[in-house]
Design a protein. Structure first.
Length: 40
């Protein structure tokens, strides 16, 4: 497992551990997976 598998919401900066599923919604602001980018 990699410690770098963090995805960040571009709207509210919520950090999700692991790639979001296709139907994932941010628990803080409700946007979909398309608004997440992999953290570097």
């Amino acid at each position: 497992m990699s410690d770098n598998n963090i995805w960040v919401c571009t709207v509210c900066a919520y950090e999700h551990d692991g790639e979001p599923a296709d139907d994932f919604e941010c628990p803080l602001c409700g946007v979909g997976k398309e608004s997440f980018e992999k953290a570097e």
